[in-house]
Design a protein around this ligand. Structure first.
Ligand code: GAP
Length: 511
């Protein structure tokens, strides 16, 4: 199956099984806005909870916050978003489609990267066991030439973005012969910058000077509450503030389903520390966040770090965690060492001192900040892409979501074998006992095989079948989603089994 086929399948599966619907579906949808259905909301809540608890419960010095979406407009001036939160855009004159110029270049680089991987695969087959891939990368002339080309493009893109000379980016697109994916032509406009913030009015009747922005990131809500939390929580450096919440960006080029949305959710943590210690904490959080991802049972080969080629002027280190989506490696999370830029600017713009007084040294200073920032929707797509599998079983295809049990929307389905003889009643009793601690589902429609398949398709890790013997021996058959193996267990053991296999606490312990 080609990767684009696989991606199409994942998107239709998400709709068919109640994970993600286009927003305003019956009105024809709204570009780049999505709703989460009955299974999507459970999976998303579980992912959010996994992130939030890992930050706050597992770290004595990290606390939560829920700041509002509307904030004082000067915040966005201070943060630099009013003047600098832009994307370099380019239009194709034939298709009239607009693209992010840097993304066109990155996609082109990815194609070259794939050529490198193909060369390496071919060589590995040719040389067999003795093959050393890393040596090949640094000695094979063709691979080295491809890599040099990628590096050159990085350099030009970086220079163009940093200097604001967007002509060099257009020249690069032309020189590389990058074509519009729709029209196939190279008939491009100039590259221009577009601001991504949505604005609205505080008072509908007023003129224009009460313009408000819908927040484009949750981080600023944390910065402006830094002092409130530090003082009321008597927090000592280093400490962190974590929050999850909606953010809005006018993404002109919305692409790839929930990968790039206009309304999305972020999970961000700002870690305040002493100046001079920030790079130590940056490395700590880089490793820590990768461990968190791997705890979800996703192979490490599907992740990579990607250092930012364009460091914001206030950052002294920044890296993305990228995931191998069906359309290639793309950013899912950013870890940024933001120095004292944000607090410093808010001090300047608000006129309020945002210093930390260190009782050990009797000094006061603006703390430095390391942030971790991940998109919940992008994480959702990541786990869905990783979990989606089609397997041949007895001449049939079973579609299964191999989600980590702790994040699966439904933990266990209770299935009476037939709709009579007291089996539905016993199933109901089991359901009633389990529902306080687990999201359980009960169903007596259709054959047991069809019911298993439906549960596989939404990633339910366990199915419990209640049969006639259950009435006498108080045992049921439990079926494991991934192996499809079945075993007979006592009804009274179900709670412990589900607790051991599906609880959030075991997932948290595995980080
Ligand atoms: N406070 C830092 C910040 O906002 P960012 O790299 O712009 O950094 C962080 O965003 C994360 O938010 C990204 O890694 C991505 O997962 C998510 N994200 C950003 N824009 C998004 C969009 N339009 N749709 C979905 N997720 C998005």
């Amino acid at each position: 199956m080609s990767d684009s086929n696989l991606f199409d399948k994942i998107v239709s599966h998400a709709k068919e099984y109640g994970f993600v619907f286009p927003s305003s579906d019956i009105y024809g949808g709204l570009a780049a806005v999505y709703d989460y259905g009955q299974n999507g909301v459970e999976l998303r809540n579980n992912l959010r909870q996994f992130w939030y608890l890992s930050m706050t419960r597992l770290n004595q010095n990290i606390v939560g916050l829920d700041s509002s979406i509307f904030m004082h407009p000067r915040i966005w001036k201070a943060s630099g978003h009013v003047d600098g939160f832009n994307d370099p855009m380019i239009d194709n004159k034939d298709s009239k489609k607009r693209y992010r110029a840097d993304v066109l270049i990155e996609d082109h680089q990815e194609k070259i990267r794939q050529k490198i991987e193909k060369e390496i695969e071919k060589a590995a087959k040719r040389f067999g066991d003795t093959f050393d891939a890393s040596m090949y990368r640094t000695t094979n002339p063709r691979v080295m030439e491809y890599q040099a080309k990628i590096d050159r493009m990085d350099q030009i893109l970086k220079e163009g973005l940093e200097s604001g000379n967007l002509n060099v980016i257009k020249d690069l697109i032309e020189k590389e012969g990058i074509v519009c994916p729709i029209s196939g032509s190279k008939n491009w406009t100039e590259v221009r910058q577009f601001n991504l913030m949505y604005s609205t009015q505080m008072n509908a009747l007023d003129g224009g000077d009460d313009a408000l922005y819908l927040r484009p990131e949750t981080a600023q809500g944390i910065f402006v509450n830094y002092l409130n939390v530090q003082k009321t929580g008597r927090m000592k450096l280093p400490f962190g503030i974590a929050q999850t919440g909606k953010a809005f960006r006018n993404e002109i080029v919305a692409r790839q389903f929930i990968m790039r949305m206009k309304e999305f959710e972020q999970m961000e943590m700002q870690f305040f520390c002493k100046p001079g210690t920030e790079l130590e904490w940056y490395n700590y959080w880089k490793e820590q966040r990768m461990r968190w991802h791997k705890a979800l049972g996703i192979p490490k080969t599907k992740y990579r770090f990607h250092d930012h080629i364009k460091l914001a002027h206030y950052a002294n280190a920044a890296v993305d965690i990228e995931f191998d989506f069906p359309f290639g490696f793309k950013e899912v999370e950013g870890i940024h060492s933001r120095t004292d830029f944000d607090l410093g600017r808010h001090e300047e713009f608000s006129g309020k001192k945002l210093r930390y007084f260190d009782p050990e040294t009797n000094e006061s200073f603006i703390p430095y900040v390391v942030e971790t920032s991940i998109g919940l929707d992008r994480l959702f797509l990541l786990v869905l892409s990783n979990a989606f599998q089609e397997e041949s079983v007895d001449g049939d295809t079973r579609t299964v979501l191999k989600l980590h049990p702790a994040i699966a929307p439904v933990k266990c389905a209770i299935l009476p074998l037939v709709k009579k003889d007291g089996l539905p009643e016993l199933a109901e009793k089991i359901y009633e006992d389990l529902r306080f601690d687990f999201n359980v589902f009960i169903e007596d429609k259709d054959s047991i095989g069809k019911r298993y398949r439906r549960m596989d398709a939404i990633g339910t890790p366990f199915c419990v079948t209640v049969d006639h013997d259950s009435l006498n021996d108080h045992m049921v058959t439990i079926r494991h989603r991934d192996t499809m193996q079945q075993e007979r267990v006592s009804i009274s053991a179900l709670h412990d089994i589900l607790n051991k296999e599906t609880s959030m606490s075991s997932l948290l312990k595995s980080i």
